[in-house]
Design a protein around this ligand. Structure first.
Ligand code: ZN
Length: 183
């Protein structure tokens, strides 16, 4: 079965200590696992996609404007990939697909489903942040579209530890996902 690794929102704003909406330490602790999984998928010639939140400055119409501090604004440092993933992406740009998204789910308003169906991908592997927001909403859409789902619990994180734990349970109990460890 062909698979894809979705590395969701692993940017400076969501992970770095200086990030606008950061997961902080839990987000930083998954860096090496995310990097090694990305390398593994590339070595096995499997698809790697980076769905990255995109916001415009002072967007009064975006629903997140009322909910969160401004983050992942177009053209800012906060929207760059965090840590070693940034270099790995720069070195493998011809193989990795960058996917701008403007909602929690990587499927909402993007061509992700077309990318996957063109390549006959049936299994979605999820890593990145936040477990209970963008990972969760992407997993729900993947479930509704009939994909097999794998979540790496040592490669997802959130600024809300209770939400993180709840979402890990929900992936298995309600979405039929495999929740596994890479290491
Ligand atoms: Zn956002």
């Amino acid at each position: 079965m062909k698979k894809v690794l979705l590395v969701i929102d692993y940017t400076v704003d969501f992970v770095s200590d200086e990030g606008a909406l950061t997961c902080g330490k839990p987000g930083q602790e998954i860096e090496n696992t995310i990097v090694s999984l990305t390398k593994k998928f590339l070595e096995e010639n499997e698809l790697v996609v980076l769905p990255v939140d995109l916001h415009e400055r002072n967007d009064l119409f975006h629903p997140e404007t009322k909910l969160f501090p401004a983050h992942n604004i177009r053209g800012t440092k906060g929207r760059e990939l965090y840590g070693k993933l940034n270099k790995l992406y720069e070195d493998n740009k011809e193989k990795i697909i960058w996917l701008d998204k403007t909602r929690y789910s990587s499927f909402a308003g993007t061509n992700l489903q077309q990318l996957l169906s063109e390549r006959k991908v049936e299994e979605i592997h999820l890593v990145g942040v936040c477990t209970d927001i963008c990972i969760l909403h992407t997993a729900v859409d993947a479930y509704n579209l009939g994909y097999e789902i794998v979540v790496y619990k040592d490669a997802v994180a959130s600024f809300n530890s209770a939400g993180h734990e709840w979402a890990l349970g929900h992936f298995t109990s309600s979405l039929g996902a495999k929740v596994i460890k890479n290491n």
